[in-house]
Design a protein around this ligand. Structure first.
Ligand SMILES: [Zn+2]
Length: 282
């Protein structure tokens, strides 16, 4: 039974986190699809894709599979996207486009997760629905709410904004970061600069979502290089028979004391972003 309790706590904590993030939200702050970053877009596309599977579970009254699937999605979200956007949520200026994009996604996630979970967790979801003052849905109860129809961009994008090979590479990245931590070359992933070497064929996949790569990999910087041109440099970091290589180094950039990212120095030893944010508060 301990497992069930842990799973419940994880779901409740995720709902609580999303409720916290949606504080101060109003529909005028809604980021458009084009203001979102690839990682934001990927989450929305993936969620809508999974909802199709969940709907089928509900239709055949298979609440066991539904619970398992939802559970898996919550674990994936909380150790992935929701963890990685914390920098944007807590360090960006409150009304910045980057922060509002992440907040917009969280509002949609919360609404859709509460509706999806309502057959399994009727009281928890109703309590959250009633306590959510910024909820843009008109239904007075989660049990009366219908799932909003997703905008066409969430379903009709022919090319995935972040393709599966990038998440595969992120797994290799996590292993390499663990190795670097064990060796003592870095203390935490945010200190790392990753260099990824991929074939010409895979390069466009990575280039399409350059801006999201540090979040997907959970580091401060990610550089992507064509393997063919950089074969010599990549050789020490290429596993046998692999058509990729990945190296971890301590970033040469200074550590910002406010956000702990290693990107660039602004004034006051803060990174440029934090310098601007702090100045605007003064
Ligand atoms: Zn900073």
């Amino acid at each position: 039974m301990k497992g069930v309790g842990d799973r419940y706590r994880q779901i409740r904590n995720t709902i609580r986190f999303l409720l916290g993030v949606s504080k101060g939200w109003s529909s005028e702050k809604e980021a458009t699809w084009f203001q979102m970053e690839p990682y934001d877009q990927w989450v929305l596309q993936t969620m809508v894709e999974r909802e199709e599977v969940w709907k089928k579970c509900i239709k055949r009254q298979d609440l066991h599979t539904l619970a398992e699937q939802l559970d898996r999605w919550v674990i994936e979200l909380s150790s992935g996207y929701l963890d990685r956007i914390k920098d944007r949520l807590y360090s960006e200026a409150e009304e910045s486009e980057r922060r509002l994009a992440a907040q917009t996604v969280c509002v949609h996630l919360l609404q859709r997760l509460l509706i999806s979970f309502s057959p399994i967790l009727p009281f928890t979801t109703e309590e959250a629905w009633q306590g959510w003052t910024e909820n843009p849905h008109i239904a007075l109860s989660v049990h009366l709410a219908t799932m909003p129809h997703p905008p066409s961009e969430w379903v009709n994008d022919p090319e995935r904004v972040i393709s599966a090979p990038i998440f595969e590479m992120a797994k290799h990245g996590r292993k390499a970061l663990e190795g670097a931590k064990e060796k003592g070359s870095i203390l935490r992933p945010l200190e790392a600069a990753l260099s990824i070497y991929v074939t010409e064929e895979k390069l466009p996949d990575f280039e399409r979502c350059t801006v999201s790569l540090p979040e997907v990999f959970g580091v401060s910087q990610v550089g992507v290089f064509p393997l063919e041109e950089w074969r010599e440099e990549a050789a020490p970091f290429a596993p046998p028979d692999a058509d990729w290589a990945l190296s971890v180094a301590l970033s040469e950039k200074g550590k910002c004391p406010r956000c702990w990212m290693r990107t660039s120095y602004g004034e006051d030893e803060l990174c440029e972003r934090c310098h601007t944010v702090v100045k605007s508060i003064d």
